[in-house]
Ligand binder design. Structure first.
Ligand SMILES: *[C@@H]1O[C@H](CO)[C@@H](O)[C@H](O)[C@H]1NC(C)=O
Ligand SMILES: *[C@@H]1O[C@H](CO)[C@@H](O)[C@H](O)[C@H]1NC(C)=O
Length: 260
């Protein structure tokens, strides 16, 4: 949907990475009238995030996006990476990868987990259909969100690898963990493996305009390859045969104030 110079390269991904031309690619546009309520989808219960509380996170730059990896630990669905995707247009101009009824959010955070019950590490899981689970968090630029300062203050310093103090990953998630969209998709960057069970939260997480600006400024810093860290979001991919499931029915009463 956005074809400025910063994202032109993605049209050529399939030449080098065949999976990028697959029929279960991400991101997608969630058309809410075409979703299907699945009552078996319970609340998301983040497990094991506190295991990282007293360990620093390794932050490194893969030339495409801010990329955080945590030391390994136990747990069935290990959180191993955080990615931020944003646009260069500023608040209100879009930058999220997933869209809802055609509308993008200002930015989108991905918390990547791999299935550690079946696979020994991320590289083994990333090619398997049941390998990864990614939480997608849509971000809107309004209220200041202290939880995001950890990520934002380090974005501008990314070169190759740096340590950032440990923080509680759960604090980056929305409060409402009950209502989300679920579908089978892919990595949104090459090699685009179709190994991701996506959970896209309905509630957006707020960050302030100032925090959004921090993100945009850091995106203007060139990395070592001379590529600009900006507009790092992929165009919407066709759903093909897929149906997006929801954990909530349309008529469900608002549970925003519920403690999860
Ligand atoms: C991941 O696990 C596979 C299979 O056990 C192993 O061959 C590979 O070396 C591991 N990779 C890393 C990066 O640890
Ligand atoms: C994802 O694919 C698996 C395997 O085909 C299927 O069992 C599951 O229902 C799919 N999930 C969604 C959300 O469509």
């Amino acid at each position: 949907i956005c074809t400025d110079w910063g994202s032109v390269g993605q049209w050529q991904w399939p030449e080098y990475f065949p999976d990028c031309a697959g029929t279960s690619q991400s991101p997608v546009d969630v058309v809410t009238t075409q979703t299907k309520y699945d009552p078996s989808l319970g609340p998301v219960t983040p497990l094991g995030y506190d295991q990282h509380n007293n360990r620093p996170f390794t932050l490194y730059n893969n030339g495409h996006t801010g990329n955080y990896s945590t030391p390994c630990g136990g747990g069935a669905a290990l959180s191993v990476q955080l990615h931020l995707h944003w646009g260069s247009g500023g608040p209100g101009r879009g930058g999220s990868e997933h869209t809802i009824n055609g509308l993008s959010a200002d930015a989108e955070l991905h918390v990547v987990h791999y299935n550690s019950e079946l696979y020994p590490n991320m590289s083994a899981a990333v090619t398997q259909p049941d390998g990864l689970a990614v939480l997608g968090i849509l971000i809107a630029g309004e209220e200041t969100n202290p939880a995001f300062n950890n990520i934002l203050s380090y974005l501008s310093r990314i070169r190759h690898k740096t340590l950032i103090p440990a923080f509680d990953v759960q604090s980056l998630l929305p409060k409402d963990l009950r209502r989300y969209y679920r579908y089978n998709g892919s990595l949104t960057t090459p090699p685009c493996h179709q190994s991701v069970t996506w959970t896209l939260f309905r509630e957006r997480v707020q960050i302030s305009k100032a925090q959004m600006e921090t993100m945009l400024h850091s995106s203007r810093a060139e990395d070592d390859d001379g590529k600009m860290l900006q507009d790092n979001y992929r165009a919407i991919q066709p759903l093909h045969h897929r149906v997006v499931l929801t954990s909530f029915s349309a008529g469900q009463i608002d549970t925003k104030k519920r403690k999860c």
